[in-house]
Ligand binder design. Structure first.
Ligand SMILES: O=C(CO)COP(=O)(O)O
Length: 271
């Protein structure tokens, strides 16, 4: 993260929790409630550090009701969306519906969707357009697998994913874009990319955004790191000046652990 002289961040850090296919709608309410209490107890400043969760589709209505009813400051979004708005697309979910449920963000191109559902860069470009049509901030996930990392092509590979997904979109359209760098080999494996790896790729992503658009645009976009982020390693990962937050999987399913990740600034002081 980069801070200014007055201690505020240049870009508001974001700690996001991707629940993947975990938590039914009852568990979801309990988890968000506990997270909100824990963050309140810790005196969390939401204006300073944004917090969002990405529950399964079936949980979103419950989360919306809770967030609205208790006036919680936790943001939420979906893990995927259709590139179409409505019609004969059995099993798909429109961005229109997500917007109606109060979602502010949507994950696009998570490596598990790329792998399991064979989502292509072309489809992801179309999904980003769908998100933008419906007022959802797209969180585009990019990152390389182990083989590519070992071959030394990881930067080239990740930047190609980025450029393909953003093809034909303008800086104006993409003003709410968030990029999440998630090296596939570090997801759910306990292997964390080192703080240098996270910084190296985030800087490369920012430079690519500057090349595709402008320096000003690149400096306004938040770039998160994801892959085995825990309370114990978050502070060192976020030290990189181009790393603006974390996309957390497993550790976001435990309210206290996730709240501790959100409170990463406290670890900075004590480490
Ligand atoms: O895929 C991830 C978040 O989207 C990372 O998952 P883990 O934090 O469980 O490694």
């Amino acid at each position: 993260m980069t801070t200014q002289k007055d201690g505020t961040f240049v870009r508001r850090p974001l700690i996001a929790g991707n629940w993947k296919m975990n938590m039914d709608h009852m568990q979801a309410i309990a988890l968000v409630q506990k997270l909100a209490w824990t963050l309140d107890d810790a005196g969390h400043d939401y204006d300073r550090v944004q917090v969002s969760v990405f529950p399964p589709f079936t949980d979103l209505r419950g989360v919306q009701t809770l967030v609205a009813g208790d006036k919680l400051r936790i943001d939420y979004g979906a893990q995927d969306l259709s590139d179409q708005d409505s019609g004969a697309y059995t099993g798909d979910i429109s961005g229109q519906f997500l917007n109606k449920l109060g979602c502010g963000q949507v994950l696009i191109g998570h490596s598990e969707r790329r792998e399991i559902h064979a989502e292509t860069d072309e489809l992801l470009n179309s999904k980003i357009r769908a998100a933008l049509r419906h007022g959802l901030a797209p969180m585009l996930c990019v990152g390389e697998g182990l083989e590519i990392r070992e071959s030394g092509q990881h930067i080239e590979h990740t930047l190609a994913q980025l450029a393909e997904a953003l093809k034909g979109l303008s800086a104006e359209e993409l003003s709410e874009l968030i990029v999440a760098y998630e090296p596939v080999w570090a997801i759910g494996t306990g292997k964390v990319a080192g703080p240098e790896d996270a910084q190296e790729m985030s800087a490369a992503i920012r430079a690519k955004l500057a090349e595709l658009y402008s320096q000003e645009f690149a400096e306004s976009i938040r770039i998160l790191y994801g892959g085995s982020v825990k309370a114990k390693n978050v502070a060192s990962i976020l030290q990189g000046p181009d790393v603006d937050g974390a996309l957390v999987g497993g550790a976001s399913l435990e309210a206290e652990e996730f709240a501790n990740i959100v409170s990463f600034e406290k670890h900075l002081v004590t480490e």
